[in-house]
Design a protein around this ligand. Structure first.
Ligand SMILES: Cc1cc2nc3c(=O)[nH]c(=O)nc-3n(C[C@H](O)[C@H](O)[C@H](O)COP(=O)(O)O)c2cc1C
Length: 398
């Protein structure tokens, strides 16, 4: 007999030899089911942590499953000699950046340039990184970013399973996952919403800037599912693969945004903002969250890194909207840098994808735990007991 473990819901099951086609409890596909290793049991035979104990084990598995697409390098930085950047122009983008990869790389270098100051003399404290996202109290100001399309990379895992892994893994850590939208999602078939409906609405769907009517239908479903917020990645209007697959996307005017904001009772998010002018226009339309992002460098080649543009956007609209930042954030040290530049919360893209592919919900939980632990260490060493204490004072002038 072989014992199997569902990485999405942690159900165990046995078969003679062959891998189960699906999880008996949650229906997850075989790509998310793995043999249950003996060493993960304690002396009485109780499964303690599942087959993975470390994030490194999860990444090793992701590296194998994403062969030829992403090598889960310890330093994921968009360099042109990396597997993800080797694809020819016009081919699917995989996990890389658009064109030369300069925008992807700029995210990483703009964060790496920042240096943290230690503040070691003072009262002892246990850092409290808890964060309020509207009515939801989160244990960290870190969320899984909106991503989609993973089922098309080597059939790494089912699309709904991928969404559920990010939602569950984040929830188990007191964090929150945003979910994405892509060319094979349609108005009628949206894996992100299917997953959110089955997970009690615990997540934030971000839709591509589809037609107003299609968006309204999707937003209505998000509202019914009980999601705490929703929104649109405005930079998705550049997606040619959406167009090619009969899923047209559009630039949105202030009037369009106002109509969407008025249509829903949920706080509305505009993702993909890189200038104070766009941020101001969104706030004028009633948008509550400005998600500063260059889409992980995947939409327009040769943009600055997010850490470069963030302070000016915070200066312009920080008083009137919640600001998130994403792009190149790999550790809690990167998180604290984005917070010091004025972000209220930080989103994680590629590392959550790799964690979900390598270890399902459990992998995502381990990824978020690693981020929380390094953030707490950074808070302690920079003298910040809670998030309100994190300001640009902890950065050296660059
Ligand atoms: C494979 C992949 C798919 C993505 N899909 C979406 C999406 O559907 N919607 C969206 O708003 N952003 C999408 N993004 C962008 C992420 O939300 C995020 O902005 C970016 O990945 C952050 O950079 P990082 O990967 O360096 O952390 C995607 C990114 C990747 C790598």
């Amino acid at each position: 007999m072989v014992e199997w473990f569902c990485t999405i819901c942690y159900q165990e099951q046995k078969t003679e030899k062959e891998i189960p086609e699906s999880c008996v409890k949650c229906g997850a596909g075989s790509a998310s089911i793995i043999p249950l290793a003996e060493q993960s049991r304690d002396a009485s035979g109780v499964n303690l942590v599942g087959p993975f104990e470390t994030l490194e084990q999860v990444r090793d598995r992701a590296r194998t499953k994403l062969k030829g697409i992403c090598a889960a390098y310890p330093h994921c930085n968009g360099d042109s000699d990396r597997i993800c950047q080797r694809e020819a122009y016009g081919k699917p983008i995989g996990l890389g950046g658009a064109g030369s990869g300069a925008s992807f790389a700029a995210n990483v270098t703009s964060l790496a340039r920042l240096r943290l100051q230690t503040r070691l003399v003072g009262d002892h404290f246990d850092p409290d990184p808890s964060f309020l996202f509207f009515d939801l109290k989160l244990s960290v100001p870190i969320m899984g970013s909106s991503t989609a399309g993973i089922s098309r990379y080597n059939d790494a895992m089912g699309e709904v399973d991928f969404c559920r892994a990010t939602i569950r893994g984040c929830r188990e850590m007191g964090a929150l996952a945003w979910r994405g939208d892509t060319w094979f999602y349609t108005a009628e078939n949206t894996p992100a919403l299917d997953a959110l409906e089955s997970e009690g609405g615990y997540g934030v769907p971000i839709f591509k800037p589809r037609s107003q009517d299609v968006l309204k239908g999707l937003i209505e479903r998000a509202e019914k599912a009980g999601c705490p917020a929703t929104g649109v990645d405005l930079d998705g209007c550049g997606s040619t693969i959406m167009e090619r697959n009969g899923q047209p996307v559009f630039r949105k005017s202030i009037k369009d945004l106002k109509a969407l904001v008025a249509f829903t009772s949920l706080p509305f998010i505009a993702k993909g903002i890189m200038t104070p002018e766009d941020a101001e226009a969104c706030v004028e339309a009633g948008v509550r969250v400005i998600a500063v992002s260059n889409h992980g460098g995947r939409v327009l080649d040769h943009t600055p890194g997010v850490a470069e543009v963030l302070p000016a956007i915070v200066d312009r609209v920080g008083e009137n909207a919640l600001i998130t930042a994403d792009g190149g954030v790999r550790t809690g040290y990167d998180v604290i840098k984005m917070l010091a530049l004025g972000a209220d919360a930080v989103l994680i893209g590629r590392d959550v994808i790799r964690a979900a592919v390598g270890g399902g919900s459990l992998g995502v939980r381990l990824q978020m735990e690693r981020l929380r632990n390094t953030l707490k260490r950074a808070m302690k060493l920079t003298g910040c007991p809670d998030l309100s204490a994190i300001t640009s004072d902890i950065l050296y002038d660059s």
